[in-house]
Ligand binder design. Structure first.
Ligand SMILES: [Ca+2]
Ligand SMILES: [Ca+2]
Length: 625
């Protein structure tokens, strides 16, 4: 889990950071992503039933100095050619230039076959088949070896779902040319397999979800036990969510391949507790595993175009520092990343500060260095989610001089991991030294845009009993102090109206011209839940112009800023279809809502659903019985 998190950085940073676009349709994105990954559509000895794709080497490409590793893949489902883009992406994001992928295509012997077995084997034959899947795989391996220089010690199988049993069968053959296998989401039926002893000493990596309803987890557990007893090196890795490639797919695959290459050193299921280490960047092996600071994705680091080196000149403190550099302008990644992973357990429920000295040699607007820190936790549905993230996106580093920068974040009470590091976006170089990681008091302000969204306000005038700050909306510079506006929505105008006020000069206004309810627009403020009185009374002055539906909403958040529940304190507008929209000058609305016991923060939202123009002023929220 921990390693997977570490390797995930690339993707999370892409989604949250300066680069990448999630707006592109997935298909177009996938096509663009694999455009530079060569894939040849081949047959063995021109036998149309022995079709495979050779991914990673262009036809006639020069042979590399080091022989390739070969990963033969038996896709699940119907084993069809449709999996080609997925496997090209896998080659690009997980394997890189050290590897070739041979994607076998399941031969279809007749129309009924696929209802019975996609990949027939000696132990589970299909009457119409002219050869078994084991024979097909061996033929493909021989064919690839005739075309390219292959390292015979790095010939692995990857099969999932319907592709799993044939992977077991092939690896377990006597004289199998397969080094080991990665088998995911598969059944395991030893009575349909050769002797398990045949694979003695070979590594087998199993990936299966305890939530799997298609191929229950017990198959993987039995495989682990039986293969282990037969002398195989076995690793069973779990993931949440059920049957299929779910979650951090590239990391999951990368972790498995890494283990297959070096099963002695990997410890995927028993990670040692990790604490913050090498604060001075003094380890000469910095950037390489198992150094504390490392580049995630050891398979594709150089391919991404970045490298890290320990350096002794012009350090900030001590003997050494680390230099992160873009070395290949054609590299695949938009940024390089030097990071470490820390076990979150000792920091749960605490506020932490990551601080480090950075200097850069970067040019232009697009090239920057940034420190980053992320806290991961697992939510109710066992999905890994981000509890805190700040990558200095809005305050990038471009200074040539050593300076300290910092990130302050909260560690959720159920956090798993804390990941932190430095990224270099674009080209140039960045140096890192003198890092620290420590617990700080709650009075130290959080950093980052995400933190800003759920930051609590503190009222200036507590004696009034009003828990809200800036309740008359008179304070602020460019935006009203302590009040935030929700997402930009077509057909909605957020107005801090300084010409219309019930009291003073200003009010908050929402003007919705779009003739629909969703998405809802809101001005909001978040406060800490303080008094132990059970209810909150909210009152406000409202002015309405043809308002179909506006709401004073009270939202309750838990310690992880997740919504527990919400309740409407007031409704402005037409409640029945036949009712006219609300049209009135200033008028008070009020309501009382019950506060759930678990609430740690309370968000007051001034919302507009349907079309209309509404102003709010003189808002008050107070604890009552
Ligand atoms: Ca140092
Ligand atoms: Ca006012």
């Amino acid at each position: 889990m921990r390693l997977a998190n570490a390797m995930l950085q690339t993707f999370v940073l892409l989604t949250c950071g300066a680069v990448g676009s999630s707006a592109e349709p997935a298909y177009a994105q996938e096509q663009a992503d694999v455009a530079d990954v060569p894939s040849q559509d081949l047959t063995v000895r021109e036998n149309q039933k022995m079709r495979y794709f050779l991914i990673g080497a262009a036809d006639g490409a020069a042979t590399p100095e080091e022989p390739y590793g070969l990963l033969v893949v038996l896709p699940g489902g119907d084993g069809s050619s449709d999996f080609n883009p997925f496997l090209r992406r896998m080659h690009k994001h997980v394997l890189g230039s050290r590897w070739l992928v041979a994607q076998a295509v399941a031969p279809r012997w007749d129309d009924k076959q696929f209802d019975k077995v996609v990949w027939p084997t000696a132990g589970l034959p299909y009457a119409g088949a002219k050869f078994t899947t084991e024979e097909l795989i061996e033929a493909i391996i021989a064919d690839v070896r005739a075309r390219s220089k292959i390292d015979v010690k790095r010939v692995f199988l990857l099969g999932w779902s319907s592709g799993g049993p044939a992977c077991y069968a092939t690896m377990l053959r006597k004289e199998s040319s397969v080094t080991g296998a990665f088998i995911a989401m598969s059944i395991f039926k030893p009575n349909q397999l050769p002797s398990l002893e045949n694979a003695k000493g070979k590594p087998v990596y199993l990936l299966q979800s305890p939530d799997d309803r298609v191929t229950p987890f017990v198959f993987a557990e039995e495989a682990e036990k039986a293969l282990g007893a037969a002398g195989c090196k076995v690793q069973l890795k779990q993931y949440a969510g059920g049957h299929g490639w779910l979650g951090n797919v590239w990391d999951m695959i990368g972790e498995g391949i890494q283990w297959l290459e070096k099963p002695e050193t990997a410890t995927a299921n028993t990670p040692a507790p990790l604490s913050f280490a090498d604060p001075g960047l003094e380890d000469p092996a910095v950037g390489k595993k198992p150094a504390a600071w490392f580049l995630p994705g050891i398979f594709y680091t150089t391919e991404l175009g970045y490298k890290v080196e320990s350096e002794t000149k012009a350090v900030f403190a001590g003997e050494r520092c680390a230099r992160l550099e873009r070395v290949d302008p054609k590299g695949n990644a938009a940024f390089g990343n030097l990071m470490q992973v820390i076990d979150a357990t000792p920091y749960r429920g605490k506020r932490v500060r990551y601080r480090a000295a950075v200097r850069t040699e970067v040019e232009g607007e697009k090239n920057t260095a940034q420190l980053w820190l992320r806290v991961d936790r697992v939510d109710k549905n066992k999905n890994e989610v981000i509890a805190f993230f700040d990558n200095m996106h809005e305050r990038p580093i471009r200074s040539n001089e050593w300076r300290h920068y910092e990130i302050v974040g909260d560690v959720a009470s159920d956090a798993n991991d804390i990941c932190l590091g430095m990224i270099l976006v674009g080209s140039g170089q960045a140096w890192l030294d003198d890092a620290s990681f420590e617990v700080v008091g709650a009075d130290v302000a959080l950093t980052g845009a995400e933190a800003e969204k759920t930051k609590v306000s503190v009222p200036a005038d507590k004696a009034s009993g009003n828990v809200l700050a800036n309740p008359s909306f008179e304070d602020g510079d460019k935006t009203p102090a302590d009040w935030k506006s929700g997402a930009d929505i077509d057909g909605v105008e957020y107005v801090w109206d300084k010409n219309v006020g019930h009291k003073g000069k200003a009010s908050l206004c929402l003007n919705k011209t779009a003739k629909r309810y969703f998405p809802v627009a809101q001005w909001y403020q978040i406060v800490a839940r303080e008094a132990d009185r059970p209810s909150l009374k909210v009152s406000t002055q409202v002015k309405a112009e043809a308002v179909t539906k506006a709401i004073i909403d009270v939202i309750f958040l838990d310690e992880n800023d997740e919504m527990i529940s919400h309740e409407w304190a007031a409704y402005i507008g037409a409640k029945e279809a036949k009712d006219p929209p609300a049209q009135h000058d200033w008028k008070e609305y009020q309501g009382k809502v019950k506060i759930p016991a678990k609430a740690k923060k309370i968000q007051i939202g001034l919302q507009i659903y349907g079309p209309g123009k509404v102003w709010f002023d003189e808002i008050k929220a107070e604890y009552v019985d």
